[in-house]
Write a protein that binds this ligand. Sequence first.
Ligand SMILES: C[S@@+](CC[C@H](N)C(=O)[O-])C[C@H]1O[C@@H](n2cnc3c(N)ncnc32)[C@H](O)[C@@H]1O
Length: 206
Amino acid sequence: MDQKKLWNQIWNRDDRLLSNNFAKRSFSEIKNKPLISLLDIGCGIGVDSIFFAQNGLKVTAVDFSESGIRKFKQTIEHKKIKNIILLQEDISDFKFPPNSFDVVYAHLSLHYFDDQTTTKIFNRLYKILKPKGLFFIKCKSTDDHLYGRGKKIEKDMYLRQGHIRHFFSKEYMAEKLKKFRVLKIRKTSSTYHTYKSFFIEAAATK
Ligand SMILES: C[S@@+](CC[C@H](N)C(=O)[O-])C[C@H]1O[C@@H](n2cnc3c(N)ncnc32)[C@H](O)[C@@H]1O
C-alpha cells in the first residue's frame, strides 16, 4: 500500500493526546541550553511538537499525511498555540536552508526509507542543524519482534501488512550519524499498543 495513504488512514482514527517519553527525555537535554528552534520530522498529529511548543520552543513540524496535519491544526487552533509552523511535505525531499534549526527531532519517523534515501535524509539533517545544535532520533530496532517478518525489500527492511519498516541496529545508526558528533546511541524498549517494542535511540550534535 502507498505509505501516505496508510498514514492518512491511521491518523483518521488515532486520537492520542499524550506526548512521548522520548520527547520528555530529549527536552531535559535541551532546556538548559540556548536552543530555541526545533524541527519535528514526521510529526504525525503533533503530540510531541505541542509538548515542545508549550515548553517555549519555536517548532516547525513536517509530515506528509493530510489527515495527521489536519488534526494537528485543529488541536493548535483549539489550544491557541502560536509558536508552531505546520508543513505538509515529504521528508525524503524537504528543503530548508543550511543551519536552520537548533534542534532536529525524529520520533519513529526515519525508519521507513531504503538505505540510499536514509543516507540522503541524515546528510540533509546534518546541513540544516546549526553548529552545536542537537539531533534526537528514535527508530525501530533489529531486536524488535516484527524484524524479519513480511516481504524483504532490502537489508533489514520489510513490508508487512502494508507497513514498510527499516529496522536499525546500533552500528547502522552510528554509520548514518557519521557526519555528526555522536553523544549517545542506546537500545531501549517500550510498550505501545499492549506489546513490547524495541528501539535504537540516539542523540548527536554538529
Ligand atoms: C509512527 S508515526 C510517528 C509520528 C510522531 N512522530 C509521533 O511520535 O507521534 C510516523 C510518522 O511519519 C510520517 N511519515 C512517514 N513517511 C513520511 C514521509 N516520507 N514524509 C513525511 N512524513 C512521513 C507518517 O505520516 C507518520 O505521521
